[in-house]
Design a protein around this ligand. Structure first.
Ligand code: GDP
Ligand code: MG
Length: 167
């Protein structure tokens, strides 16, 4: 199996941490190359048995900090249609705002599975995580919702397993 995955989410939610740990835990082919005019970065995770996952990082989100809507339109028109799975990372600090609703709306156009990763669960109580899951479930029909800690490695394997499940 092989396929493309895009990692979306607000700055600082842990996208790079998750990706670095995924790549780091099994030394694979890593490549960083500008792919399009938007400077998409792609990193390849190789599992000898299961196949390859190409992660598309979209650095534009950092520049578009206060223009999440604009960014998402671009993403919706470019990255989202080129991928097999969408990974949306959030952190359980603030609840759903306009930015999240906009992302959810853009994702309605997507036909591929969207996996929600609730990262940084090491920073909150279990009940808060459950509450978070319930809230997010109402705004989008996620293929999977995975509570995780990219930093501590919690459920990192589950994220990989679920990606392969949908490839
Ligand atoms: P990005 O902007 O989405 O790529 O976020 P980064 O990967 O750069 O992470 C932003 C900050 O969150 C860094 O200080 C990370 O160490 C921290 N961070 C990432 N994942 C976790 C996590 O699971 N738990 C905690 N406590 N901190 C995390
Ligand atoms: Mg980053």
């Amino acid at each position: 199996k092989s396929g493309f995955v895009t990692l979306i989410g607000r700055p600082n939610v842990g996208k790079s941490t998750l990706m670095n740990h995924i790549i780091g835990q099994k030394i694979a082919i890593t490549s960083k190359k500008p792919q399009t005019t938007r400077n998409r970065i792609q990193t390849v995770y190789t599992d000898p048995e299961r196949g390859q996952i190409v992660f598309l990082d979209t650095p534009g989100i950092h520049k578009a900090k206060n223009k999440l809507g604009e960014y998402m339109v671009n993403v919706a028109e470019s990255t989202l249609k080129d991928v097999d799975v969408v990974l949306w990372l959030v952190e359980p600090t603030n609840f759903i705002g306009a930015g999240e609703r906009h992302i959810a709306a853009q994702l309605q156009k997507v036909t591929v599975p969207v996996i929600l990763v609730i990262n940084k669960i090491d920073t909150v109580k279990r009940e808060e995580v459950l509450e978070f899951i319930d809230t997010y479930r109402k705004i989008y029909d996620f293929a999977e919702i995975i509570p995780a800690s990219a930093l501590r490695g919690e459920n990192r394997d589950v994220v990989i397993d679920m990606i392969f499940k949908y490839l």
